[in-house]
Design a protein around this ligand. Structure first.
Ligand code: ADP
Ligand code: DP6
Ligand code: CO
Length: 353
C-alpha cells in the first residue's frame, strides 16, 4: 500500500452469496466459529446477489469504522474485530518476511459495504458480507492465500463464499480451528446447465438471527445432535458424488431432504423456531406436485433461515417452471417486476410473493 500522500488508499471488491445444499446449523466453538458438522454449498455468480465493499486506508484516520448499507455499525463487534485482527496479523507476518507491499499496518480503515439484496432476511447476507470484508481487507493490506479460515470467524457460512462453484466447509477436528476451512469441490464450469432461482417471499429481517437461533438449537434439539453426528457425514459423501456425476435427481432429493431436516431441527428447538412461512410451504408443495406431474425430479427447493425459496433446476426447465410460479404467485398489485433473472446462475427475484 503506497504511503506517500494524504489521500486514502482505496480498494473495492464484490463477493456473491452461497446457498448451502447441506446446511450448517450449530457451533462447537462460538468464538472461533467452529461448526458441529461439515456443509456444502453452491456459490452464485458474482453479478447476482452480492456484497460490494470499499476499504479506505489512511494515516489520517483516527479509528477503524464500518458502514453497512449506508448506516454506521459498531466496529467493536467481536466478529469484525477478529477479521481485522487476523488480516493485520498476516500482513505483519508478510512484512517480517521481507515483503514491502504491506506498509501502513498501523493505519486505520474506513469500510463501506452494500448488499444488493435484503440483509438478514435468510438470503446469506452474512456470507457475502464477511467474505467480501475479508477479501477487500486482504487486498488493501497485500495479504494472499486461503482466507476462508478468517472469513469463517466473521460468519461461518462466509468461508464458503471465498470460492466459486461447489464448495465444502470441512468441520475440521483441531481445537484451534486451523483445519476448519472451505475447499472447492467442483468449479462452476463443471455443471453449466444447473440454474438457481431465488423467490423472495419476504425481504424483512428474520425475527431470530442465525447465530442465536443455532445456539438455542444446539442447547435443546436432540434431532440436531442426531443430524450432525449420524446424518450429515453420509450426506456429505452422497452429495459430493451426486455433484461429481451431475446427477440432478440425486442432488435434488438430498438438497430438499437436508433443507427439510434443518427446518425440522428448528421446530425441534425449544422454544421452537419457525423460519418457513405459509408461502414457503406452498412453494414446497408446488415443487413436489410439479415433479410428480412429470414423474421425475426436475426441480428442488432449499430454504435458509428465512421464508425465501432457492430453487435448483436445469436450464431447460427454467421457462416452464417460472411460468408455473407466476401462475400461482402472480406479480403484486404494484406491478412489481417479478423476474430479474439469475445463476450458478439465473435468479428470479420478486418483492412479496
Ligand atoms: P443472513 O441470512 O442474511 O445471512 P444473518 O442473521 O446470518 O442473516 O446475518 C445478518 C447479519 O450479518 C447482519 O445483521 C450484519 O451484522 C451482518 N452482515 C450482513 N451483511 C453484511 C455486510 N455486507 N458487511 C458486514 N456485515 C454484514
Ligand atoms: C441456515 O453463517 O449466518 O444459512 O456463523 O452465526 O454467522 P453465523 O451463522 P450463519 O448461518 C448460516 C445458516 C444457514 C445454513 C448455511 O448457510 O449453511
Ligand atoms: Co447468515
Amino acid at each position: 500500500m503506497p504511503e506517500d500522500n494524504d489521500n486514502p488508499y482505496l480498494v473495492s471488491c464484490s463477493a456473491p452469496v452461497n446457498i448451502a445444499v447441506i446446511k450448517y446449523w450449530g457451533k462447537r466453538d462460538e468464538d472461533l466459529i467452529l461448526p458441529i458438522n461439515s456443509s456444502l454449498s453452491v456459490t452464485l455468480h458474482q453479478d447476482q446477489l452480492k456484497t460490494t465493499t470499499t476499504v479506505a486506508v489512511s494515516r489520517l484516520f483516527k479509528e477503524d469504522r464500518l458502514w453497512l448499507n449506508g448506516k454506521e455499525e459498531d466496529i467493536t463487534h467481536p466478529r469484525l474485530q477478529s477479521c481485522l485482527r487476523e488480516i493485520r496479523r498476516l500482513a505483519r507476518k508478510r512484512r517480517n518476511d521481507g515483503n514491502p507491499d504491506s506498509a501502513g499496518l498501523s493505519h486505520k480503515v474506513h469500510i463501506c459495504s452494500v448488499n444488493n439484496f435484503p440483509t438478514a432476511a435468510g438470503l446469506a447476507s452474512s456470507a457475502a458480507g464477511f467474505a467480501c470484508l475479508v477479501y477487500s481487507l486482504a487486498q488493501a493490506f497485500g495479504v494472499e492465500g486461503d482466507l476462508s479460515g478468517i472469513a469463517r470467524q466473521g460468519s461461518g457460512s462466509a468461508c464458503r463464499s471465498m470460492y466459486g462453484g461447489f464448495v465444502e466447509w470441512k468441520m475440521g477436528s483441531r481445537e484451534d480451528g486451523k483445519d476448519s476451512v472451505a475447499q472447492q469441490v467442483e468449479p462452476e464450469s463443471h455443471w453449466p446447465e444447473l440454474r438457481i432461482l431465488v423467490l423472495v417471499a419476504s425481504a424483512k429481517r428474520k425475527p431470530i438471527g442465525s447465530t442465536s437461533g443455532m445456539q438455542t438449537s444446539v442447547q435443546t434439539s436432540l434431532l440436531l445432535k442426531h443430524r450432525a453426528e449420524s446424518v450429515v457425514p453420509r450426506r456429505m459423501d452422497e452429495m459430493t458424488e451426486a455433484i461429481r456425476r451431475k446427477d440432478f435427481p440425486a442432488f435434488a432429493e438430498l438438497t430438499m431432504k437436508d433443507s427439510n431436516q434443518f427446518h425440522a431441527s428448528c421446530l425441534d428447538t425449544y422454544p421452537p423456531i419457525f423460519y418457513l412461512s405459509s408461502v414457503s410451504q406452498q412453494v414446497i408443495h408446488l415443487v413436489h406436485r410439479y415433479n410428480r406431474h412429470y414423474g421425475e425430479t426436475r426441480v428442488a427447493y432449499s430454504f435458509d433461515a428465512g421464508p425465501n425459496a432457492v430453487i435448483f433446476t436445469s436450464q431447460q426447465h427454467v421457462p416452464e417452471f417460472v411460468q408455473v410460479v407466476q401462475h400461482f404467485f402472480p406479480p403484486d398489485a404494484n406491478g412489481e417486476d417479478f423476474i430479474k433473472g439469475l445463476p450458478v446462475t439465473d435468479a428470479v427475484l420478486s418483492e412479496e410473493l
